[in-house]
Design a protein around this ligand. Sequence first.
Ligand SMILES: Nc1ncnc2c1ncn2[C@@H]1O[C@H](COP(=O)(O)OP(=O)(O)OP(=O)(O)O)[C@@H](O)[C@H]1O
Ligand SMILES: [Mg+2]
Length: 365
Amino acid sequence: MTVPLFTSKTHRLGVDISSTAVKVLMLEKHRNGYRPTAFAIEPISAGAVQDKTITDPDVVAGALSRALSRSRAKTKHVVMAVPTGASVSRVLNIQNPGNEFELEEQVRMESDQYIPFPIDEVSLDFEPLHSRLDSQAKKKKAGEEITLSVVMAATRSTNVEARIAVAEAAGLTVDVMDVESFAIQNAFTEIIAPGLTAEDRAQPVALLDIGANTTTINVFNGDNIIYSKEHPFGGKLLTNDISLYYGLSPDEAEEKKRNDTLPDDYHRKVLQPFIDNMAMQVERFIQYFYAETNAGTIGLILLGGGTANTAGAIERINNETGIRTRSANPFVTIGQGSKISAELLANHGSSMLIACGLALRSFDQ
Ligand SMILES: Nc1ncnc2c1ncn2[C@@H]1O[C@H](COP(=O)(O)OP(=O)(O)OP(=O)(O)O)[C@@H](O)[C@H]1O
Ligand SMILES: [Mg+2]
C-alpha cells in the first residue's frame, strides 16, 4: 500500500499523533490567511505511543474517533505524518531524468545510500524541488545535460501502515502522509512568518516545540530552514518532579500542574528549578546550533509546544539566552474571527504546530 508523501487537493483534517495526545485541526483559507474551523486535542493513555511508535493502536484509534467527533469536522480525509527521527529526507540531484517511471527508479537508486534499512521495507516518495519535470524535460535540447533537484522522503513502511491502520479504524482515509519536520516548516512559512516584523526576520529565528517528551528546534533564515534537531527534553520531567515531590500519581500530577492547583510551595520548590533547567536546556540547544552551523546569530526565539505554557518560562529563557523570546502560538493571530473558543486556542494553540502544518496540506498547489 502506498500513500503519497506529496500531492494534495481538497479540504483535509490534519492529525498529529504525539506521545500524549491525538490532535486534530482543520483550516480554511480566507482573504488575509488561514482560520481554524475544527480543533480538538484528545489525550491518550501513557504508553500507547512509545518513542514515537504506536504500541496500542486501539487506544490511539479510540482517541482519534473522540477527537474527530469533538472537533465536529465533517471530512473523512486526513493528513498524517511520520516522525522526523523515523524518516530520512534529502535533496537529490538527478542527472538527465527520464519519464515518470524512469525517474522513480533513478530516485530509488540514488536514495539507497541514505536509507539505513532494506529498500523493499521502505515507503518512499519525492517531489521536484523547483519546477515540474514536464517543464524541465521540454527545455531539454539534443545532447544537453539536465539536472533535476528533487526532495525525497522515506520511512519504514511499518510506520506508514501503523498510522493508516489507526485512521481506518476511526473510519478515516489518509490522503497524504507527511513528515513532522516538513509540517513544522510549513506552519512556520505559511502561518507564523507572515505575523513577524521585518526586524524579527532580520536575523535567524529559532522555533522551539517543547512537548512532553521531545523538544524540536528549527532555525529559519527567511523562509529557509537552516537547522533542525530533536532533543529528549519536555514537560514530562516537571510532571515526574511533581509526582515525586507530592506523592501523586502521574495523572494527578499532570492535572494539577495544568490547572495550577498545587500547594503553595510548588512554585518555589518544584516549578522554579524546572524553569531554570528548561532555560539552561534551551541555551544548550542554541549553543549546539552555533557549534554545528555558521549561519549567524539568532535574533528571536519562538516558543511552542505545550511546555511553552509553563508560567514564567518565556521570561526566564529570555534572561538566560539574552535573546528576545515570544510564544509561538499561531492562533493568537489566525484564531481571530474563528468559531473555535478563544480560550481553547490561547491555552492549547502552541501544542498544534505539527497539526497546523498538516492541515495546510489541504491547500497545496
Ligand atoms: N498550562 C500548562 N502549564 C505547564 N505545562 C503544560 C501546560 N499545558 C500543557 N503543558 C505540558 O505540555 C506538554 C504537552 O505538550 P504537547 O502537546 O506539545 O506535547 P506532545 O506533542 O504530546 O509531546 P511530544 O511532542 O513530546 O510527543 C505536557 O508535558 C503538559 O504537561
Ligand atoms: Mg509534540
